[in-house]
Design a protein around this ligand. Sequence first.
Ligand SMILES: Nc1ncnc2c1ncn2[C@@H]1O[C@H](COP(=O)(O)OP(=O)(O)OP(=O)(O)O)[C@@H](O)[C@H]1O
Ligand SMILES: [Mg+2]
Length: 157
Amino acid sequence: MPPTILGSRRLAWPAEAQCAAFAAALAARPGIADAAIELRGPLGAGKTTFARHLLRALGVAGRIKSPSYALMEPYRLAAGGAAAHLDFYRFADPHEWIDAGLREVYAAPGLKIAEWPDKAGDLLPPPDLRLTLEVGDDGGRSVTVEALTPLGLALLG
Ligand SMILES: Nc1ncnc2c1ncn2[C@@H]1O[C@H](COP(=O)(O)OP(=O)(O)OP(=O)(O)O)[C@@H](O)[C@H]1O
Ligand SMILES: [Mg+2]
């Protein structure tokens, strides 16, 4: 059974600045450090860009790479917690992910940001928040933010 959507919001991000502003607002909310976030949308929609802004807003310094080859990039947040940025685009073998520590990451506290979660089949638990990015004719992004848990609802504001 698909998880129930407890609440949703539509956002307009005409440029990357609005993406950055939303990421900064989300970073300021209590509970973000243990949230699981899914990022959906086509190639180049801005999923990694959003993940970068969110991690930066949470105090991650240094390079934030797209995890498309490494599967998973770990980070340490300024407040002390852990974060993992994952990308399932090249998902082929669930064992590869289990061996890489996916279960442990989701079982532990910490922020989880997953791109292309739909490619992971049923390997991922339902997220707290799901962002679906669409690219408009003018290059701006329309974003649907859905809360699937009480934490997600609190993050939605
Ligand atoms: N709101 C926005 N408005 C305009 N351009 C944007 C916006 N958000 C991101 N971009 C630009 O679009 C590109 C998005 O690339 P990004 O790597 O973030 O996409 P992605 O969704 O992660 O793609 P992939 O599926 O390949 O991982 C970047 O060049 C970024 O600067
Ligand atoms: Mg990406």
